[in-house]
Design a protein around this ligand. Structure first.
Ligand code: UGY
Ligand code: MN
Length: 253
C-alpha cells in the first residue's frame, strides 16, 4: 500500500528515529557482496558512525577508518585478523572489538546482518592507568549470551550486559539492555554522552526530547548529548536493545 509520505521515522535537533521503511542501502569501500545502511554519522551531528551491514553469502568486510565494534544480528560469519592464525566463527550474538589499524577480514558464510559501530579513538593520558596497563584497547571477541547480567539499579526486570570490559582504555561502551514486559528506565536520563541504539526484540515507548514514540524491533535511534530519554517496555515479550555510548573520557579531552 502507498504510504503517502507517512513514516514513524523522525529527525529532530537532538534525536533521530529511523524505522526500517526509511533505510537506504549503500556500497562502501572495503565491503564486497553486501550493502550498508548507515544509521547515523558525523554528517548528522554524531561523533561516531553506526550502521547495519547486510551480506550475501561470501560477502566480506575489511578494516575501516577507525576502531570498530561488530555485533552479529543474523547469520554465520568468519573473522580473520592480524596477529592470530585462528579463524573465529561468529553467529547471532557474537561480537568483536577491533582496535584502530587492526587488519581484519569478516566473511559471511551465509547471508548475514551485522551491526557496526565506528568511533575515532581518544587516547588516554598514561597517568590515569595502572603502571602495567596498556594505553590502547586490545582485540577482543565474545558472545553476548555468555556475559553476566547486572540488574539496573537493582531492578531484576532490567538486565544490562556490557560487551566491553570496564576499563578506561576503552573510550566507548556498548551494552545490551533487556526489559521484562512492563519494565522501564527508573528515571528520565539527561547526560552528556550520546547514544546509538538498535532495537533487537520486542518494543515499547521511547521518550526522546519532548516526544514519545512507539518503538519496535528493527528501529534505530540516535540520542544527541543531553537528549532527555526514557523507555518503557510494552507487549508480552521482553524488549531488548543494543546501545552505544561514548564513555570514560573528559568532555574537554
Ligand atoms: O547507559 C545508558 O545511559 C542507558 N541507561 N540509556 C538508555 O537506555 N537510554
Ligand atoms: Mn542513557
Amino acid at each position: 500500500m502507498h504510504t503517502l509520505g507517512h513514516t514513524r521515522g523522525s529527525h529532530r535537533r537532538d534525536h533521530l528515529l529511523l524505522t526500517p521503511d526509511t533505510f537506504v542501502r549503500t556500497p562502501l569501500p572495503g565491503l564486497t557482496g553486501g550493502l550498508a545502511i548507515v544509521h547515523v554519522a558525523p554528517q548528522a551531528g554524531a561523533a561516531f558512525t553506526q550502521m547495519t551491514v547486510e551480506f550475501e553469502a561470501d560477502g566480506t568486510l575489511t578494516e575501516g577508518p577507525t576502531q570498530r565494534l561488530l555485533y552479529v544480528l543474523e547469520g554465520d560469519l568468519r573473522l580473520e585478523h592480524t596477529g592470530s592464525d585462528d579463524t573465529h566463527t561468529l553467529t547471532a550474538g557474537s561480537y568483536a572489538f577491533l582496535p584502530t589499524g587492526h587488519d581484519h577480514t569478516l566473511t559471511a558464510v551465509t547471508a548475514s546482518r551485522v551491526a557496526v559501530v565506528e568511533k575515532p579513538f581518544l587516547p588516554l593520558d598514561p597517568e590515569h592507568l595502572a603502571e602495567d596497563e596498556d594505553r590502547f584497547p586490545e582485540f577482543l571477541i565474545g558472545r553476548e549470551q555468555d556475559l553476566p547480567s547486572t540488574a539496573l539499579n537493582g531492578d531484576e526486570g532490567l538486565e544490562v550486559r556490557a560487551l566491553l570490559p570496564a576499563s578506561l582504555r576503552f573510550d566507548f561502551a556498548c551494552n545490551t539492555m533487556t526489559y521484562a514486559p512492563g519494565a522501564s528506565l527508573p528515571q528520565v536520563e539527561v547526560h552528556y554522552m550520546e547514544h546509538g541504539l538498535l532495537m533487537l526484540a520486542g518494543g515499547g515507548v521511547y521518550r526522546l526530547g519532548e516526544q514519545w514514540y512507539p518503538t519496535a524491533a528493527g528501529d534505530f535511534i540516535w540520542m544527541a548529548p543531553f537528549c532527555p530519554q526514557w523507555f518503557g517496555a510494552l507487549g508480552k515479550v521482553p524488549a531488548k536493545y543494543l546501545i552505544y555510548k561514548d564513555f570514560n573520557r573528559h568532555t574537554l579531552a
